[in-house]
Design a protein around this ligand. Structure first.
Ligand code: C5P
Length: 232
């Protein structure tokens, strides 16, 4: 799979997401379905969006004992998603079990991406709440490396970390980066942002873009602008 723009469909209901997707009459975008929509509508929402011709990143961030994650991943794999994820904090054995569960009888499987440390976790919280005393950048790269050792395809990271992840884990290890904003757009609650063109330059493989597209006056034009800046 090459570079692509993934739209974060952070909607609360099927009606909202379908009326948003109805606007895309040309190229069907790669979409991210998160916990809110999945828990509200159940697995059927994945089947319906897939049936409309979209690729799907199912962002459920699994984290449990290896056996439970393996069996859950097998269920997600049967939903025919294209990409899904888990927490690298679940350990290398959990990630290996996840890959096993995700692999279909014919050997194919969705891409599997790890979350390292959530961006809502800063150095202070990591030290005080989690008792992890190493610098956060080192922890993020260590978790990325663990994901690579387990055989995963890549990590979710800030576009600012994408270069370092590629240095540590190789060029083929995928970086999926949220926190993207247009140069002339609102940054909202994101702290460290990058334009699609900058994300391309720095080597992100996929950008995950929510509000700059979903809240735009013309979402299709905003999506096309993202693709132009990031892919073309
Ligand atoms: O609307 P916006 O472009 O900020 O949406 C970004 C998407 O990426 C959201 O679905 C958000 O939950 C997700 N995300 C993020 N930062 C992370 C991980 C995921 O913004 N570190």
């Amino acid at each position: 799979m090459g570079k692509d723009v993934i739209i974060a469909c952070d909607f609360a209901s099927k009606e909202q997401v379908m009326s948003f997707l109805d606007k895309f009459t040309g190229k069907k975008p790669f979409v991210k379905i998160g916990m809110e929509l999945f828990y509200a509508e159940g697995p059927e929402i994945v089947r319906e969006i897939k049936a409309r011709g979209h690729k799907i990143f199912l962002d459920l961030k699994l984290h449990d004992i290896p056996n439970t994650v393996k069996k859950s991943m097998a269920v997600l794999s049967r939903l025919d998603v294209d990409m899904t994820n888990l927490h690298a904090a679940g350990t290398i054995s959990m990630m290996e079990a996840a890959l096993e569960g995700l692999t279909r009888p014919d050997g194919t499987r969705p891409l599997l991406i790890a979350v390292t440390q959530l961006t809502s976790t800063d150095q202070e919280r990591m030290e005080n709440d989690l008792l992890i005393k190493e610098p956060i950048d080192k922890v993020v790269m260590h978790y990325a490396h663990n994901a690579m050792v387990a055989g995963l395809d890549g990590v979710v990271c800030s576009p600012l970390e994408a270069g370092k992840v590629h240095e540590t884990c190789g060029e083929k290890f995928l970086t999926v980066t949220p926190g993207v904003r247009f140069a002339d757009g609102d940054i909202g609650d994101q702290k460290r942002v990058m334009t699609p063109a900058e994300a391309k330059r720095i080597g992100s493989d996929y950008i995950v873009v929510g509000r700059p597209i979903t809240a735009a006056e013309d979402p299709v034009a905003a999506y096309e602008r993202c693709c132009q800046e990031f892919i073309d």
